[in-house]
Design a protein around this ligand. Structure first.
Ligand code: A1S
Ligand code: SAM
Length: 213
């Protein structure tokens, strides 16, 4: 299952968060070669790992096996600060728009069910919280994956090379239909999320209920 970690329940997940920063270093710096993110302490974190970051972590008996994060676009964020040149018009910024980044799965769990669980998790969480769309800076190989998952994707500008890799800024709609598609592809349960502790709602205040399957 995918655990939702916010400012409200972060203290319950201190060891899992510490573990996830080490895994991110292993994957993004060592495996992917994103050397700009290298740090001597062996953790990968940047300016978008703050109290306002929402982490969605796939945990297996306390072990982190995958995850991704969301960050409010009302704050300076990766697209506005690092990659604004990828956006043709205005960088989206609104309380119900979050930036999605750092999607990873540990090697032993790749090409398995963790991927679709994490894809469902972002749609479910955003539906429940009233987030209507998410922005992301992606390499182009994500596009067929999003298409297969039923994610509705809008380009925010033309692709441009980032460290030699064609990269684009996109906006992804949050839709019940996309969640339904991922659930169907992965034969997933109605909810893939675990929520522990007390987390106040981010945007939505009207008590959304997931549609029955
Ligand atoms: C991105 C921001 C997000 C918020 C969106 O037959 P294969 O193995 O070639 O099939 C692969 C490829 O088609 C494609 N793929 C994966 N990594 C690729 C890469 N670096 N370049 C080009 N194509 C790539 O996906 C297929 C399946 O991949 P997989 O690794 O077997 O398994 P899975 O379970 O679908 O997991 C995908 C992810 C991306 C999560 C996993 O490969 C991973 O953790 N990679 C390292 C972290 C990473 O690069 N994350 C994306 C950047 S954040
Ligand atoms: N979408 C990616 C993610 O989810 O983290 C990041 C964007 S792009 C696909 C990958 C490039 O962004 C890499 O060259 C990496 O070094 C760079 N990058 C990622 N986070 C960054 C940050 N906070 N500051 C500067 N560059 C960053």
């Amino acid at each position: 299952m995918i655990h939702v970690i916010t400012a409200g329940n972060r203290s319950l997940y201190a060891s899992e968060l510490a573990q996830h920063h080490l895994i991110r270093h292993e994957i993004f710096v060592k495996e992917r070669g994103w050397s700009a993110l290298d740090r001597p302490d062996g953790r990968e974190l940047d300016g978008y790992d703050t109290d306002e970051t929402i982490y969605l972590l796939a945990l297996d008996e306390g072990r982190v096996v995958g995850g991704h994060r969301l960050f409010p676009t009302t704050r300076p964020h990766m697209l506005s600060e690092v990659f604004p040149a990828l956006v043709a018009q205005k960088v989206p910024s609104a309380p119900d728009v979050y930036e999605w980044s750092r999607f990873f799965i540990v090697r032993e769990r790749r090409s398995g069910r963790t991927y679709l669980r994490l894809m469902a998790a972002v749609q479910q969480l955003c539906l429940e919280e009233g987030i209507s769309s998410i922005t992301a800076v992606i390499e182009m190989w994500w596009l067929p994956r999003f298409h297969e998952a039923g994610f509705v994707v809008h380009p925010l500008g033309l692709p441009q090379p980032v460290e030699g890799v064609a990269t684009a800024a996109v906006m992804i709609e949050i839709r019940e239909e996309s969640l339904a598609r991922v659930r169907q592809l992965g034969d997933l349960p109605a909810s893939v999320l675990v929520r522990r502790g007390d987390s106040p709602p981010l945007v939505r205040r009207d008590g959304y209920r997931l549609p029955v399957q």
